[in-house]
Design a protein around this ligand. Structure first.
Ligand code: GCU
Length: 423
């Protein structure tokens, strides 16, 4: 209820009082000057000087802050997680791949939730490293493969993609093949596992369904102020998929990379932070509340994202609406929680809403933490030119074009993953 009231107030505020305040800033000269919250000094002022101190002192307190004030805590544990292979084929994609479709069932008390993993594995590997990520409109949209099941879950309408009545159908099969370079991924010896995010938690400001509802106490209608929003729920869904991948003997579960674009990039980052079994993380154009520094207030801001998507973060995050100065952390500290594991942050030149410079700087500022573990981050503060990736354990590129996932992005991810994850 509080969320709905806040949302209404914000809308009223936006429409009647101060449209100027919500005008996005795209002018670099208007970016505020602010101190970058220090990674290596604890909240009580102690300096961190080695990997062990990072792991035992600084990482936990930063993690707690993000958990309680940004993404929200998982409110309990499940009673059971089970997996059922509902379909499989040894000769998928013109004989190139193994295909499996797995139904995951999460159980809590008398309630349960199902979602499906679509898994392609290359035939030339006994145990494949792989990319695990969500898609926006259903597993059947990422390939023209006619055997991929069409999700029955609530789906956002999209006229262009042929989705109406909040229900995906055959019409949308293969409409998002452009975002998933499946052939390239398989040719390089990687597998790909995808999940439709709406099966884990429908992307609407309504907490009555999806993963949240599974954990409610009697009479509860929405998460508490420090409990999870949708991003944390999606992240949790990725971890349970990893539970399955650990049991699949054709997968090298020690080499699973969490991948995501945009809001799903935010979810991939949080999954990689919450669950250190993920071998690495790729954030594609994740922007505000993802890789981008919040205090720059460039493009999308904290107030703006909480107004447009009140269900993504926990209620506590609203304290920082139009008040980024008060944040004792910033998103480079989220990225640093992935250290020492490989991390790739990617931007697109025309995606100013996601603040490419803020995404780059955030990746850059993690370098001292990677250094504690003898890993190479991005030490230069100078942003690379478009289409000139920097690939260390921490990698970054900005490509030409708009907010999207392209073949160019995948080509870079594959080169980097072969170097830093596979070997
Ligand atoms: C909106 C939102 C972004 C988000 C993006 C997406 O633009 O403001 O924060 O990343 O949607 O998920 O495509």
């Amino acid at each position: 209820m509080k969320k709905i009231i806040n949302y209404a107030i914000t809308l009223l505020f936006m429409t009647h009082f101060s449209s100027a305040q919500f005008e996005p800033n795209y002018d670099e000269t208007k970016v505020p000057v602010f101190p970058i919250p220090d990674l290596m000094t604890t909240f009580s002022g102690e300096t961190v000087s080695n990997g062990e101190e990072w792991n035992t002192k600084r990482r936990p307190e930063l993690f707690n802050f993000f958990e309680e004030n940004v993404y929200g805590k998982v409110p309990g544990t499940l009673d059971n997680v089970s997996f059922k292979t509902v379909e499989q084929n040894e000769d998928a994609l013109n004989g190139k791949a193994y295909r499996k479709q797995i139904e995951v069932t999460l159980q809590k008390g008398s309630r349960s939730l199902n979602y499906n993993i679509l898994l392609y594995l290359p035939k030339n590997k006994d145990k494949a490293p792989l990319f695990l990520g969500y898609n926006f409109f259903g597993n059947h949209t990422i390939t023209r493969d006619p055997k991929v099941l069409v999700s029955q879950a609530w789906t956002k309408n999209n006229e262009e993609l042929g989705i109406t009545g909040n229900q995906a159908t055959e019409t949308s099969r293969g409409v998002r093949t452009n975002r998933w370079a499946i052939d390239k991924i398989l040719d390089k010896g990687f597998g790909l596992a995808v999940i439709y995010y709406g099966e884990v938690d429908p992307d609407k400001n309504d907490f009555s369904d999806g993963l949240h509802a599974l954990f409610y106490k009697e009479g509860q209608k929405q998460p508490k102020a420090d409990e999870w929003g949708s991003i944390a729920a999606w992240a949790f869904g990725l971890s349970r998929a990893l539970d399955f991948l650990e049991k699949d003997n054709q997968v090298d579960a020690s080499k699973v990379i969490a991948f995501g674009h945009s809001r799903l990039g935010k979810a991939a980052l949080w999954a990689g932070v919450m669950d250190q079994r993920f071998a690495g993380v790729i954030s594609n154009n994740s922007g505000c509340g993802g890789a981008a520094l919040s205090k720059r207030k460039f493009g999308e801001t904290v107030g703006r994202i909480n107004a447009s998507f009140p269900h993504w973060f926990c209620d506590n995050f609203e304290k920082y609406n139009e008040n980024e100065e008060a944040l004792p952390i910033d998103q480079h500290q989220l990225l640093a929680l992935i250290a020492p594991r490989p991390l790739y942050v990617a931007s697109a030149e025309e995606d100013q809403w996601a603040d490419p410079r803020g995404e780059f700087l955030s990746a850059h500022y993690t370098f001292p933490v990677y250094g504690l573990f003898g890993k190479e981050g991005i030490t230069s503060k100078r942003m690379p030119k478009v289409n000139q990736p920097i690939q260390n354990t921490v990698a970054y590129h900005i490509r030409t074009g708009v907010h999207d996932v392209t073949d160019y992005d995948w080509e870079q991810y594959l080169i980097w993953a072969q170097k830093f994850i596979e070997n």
